[in-house]
Ligand binder design. Structure first.
Ligand code: ATP
Ligand code: MG
Length: 132
């Protein structure tokens, strides 16, 4: 079964909205294979978002991702990478389809509630970074 790495970001843990997201994940038929709550170190966030190291928002996203606890999950389902990105919606909550997690719970393009791997290769990297 394909695995993807899902994170519930600090904006939603600080608003006590993690349970609603986890319910949506379960209702969509994902198996939550692993789950943990942690606060990312700067080093972990920089490695996790290394693909964006040259982007203007890199320092801000690292700052945001280390600003409070996150919930990290390994989700399993057929085509889980695409399925989880569909359930999250577009990066910018203003452009996310209604009913998606980012449309429902995201605040802005940075504080957009959740993360999802974008490829099998990155899923594997992210899972090993977070779960060892
Ligand atoms: P994620 O990787 O978190 O699942 P994504 O794949 O939809 O999101 P990316 O382009 O990989 O989007 O961006 C990674 C994260 O960096 C975004 O989720 C968001 O938190 C932040 N980000 C992306 N673009 C911007 C931007 N223009 N300004 C501020 N933050 C941004
Ligand atoms: Mg991404």
């Amino acid at each position: 079964m394909e695995k993807t790495c899902a994170l519930i970001k600090p904006d939603l843990t600080s608003k006590n909205q993690t349970g609603k997201v986890i319910s949506m994940i379960e209702e969509a038929g994902f198996n939550i294979a692993q789950l943990k709550k942690l606060t990312m170190t700067k080093e972990l966030a920089e490695s996790f978002y290394a693909v964006h190291a040259d982007k203007p928002f890199f320092n801000d996203v690292v700052q945001f991702m280390t600003s409070g606890p996150i919930i990290a999950m390994v989700l399993e389902k057929e085509s889980s990478i695409a399925a989880w990105r569909d359930l999250m919606g577009a990066t910018n909550p203003e452009q996310a389809e209604s009913g998606t997690i980012r449309a429902l719970f995201g605040s802005n393009i940075q504080e957009n509630g959740t993360h999802g791997s974008d490829s099998a290769e990155n899923a594997e990297k992210e899972i090993s970074l977070v779960f060892g």
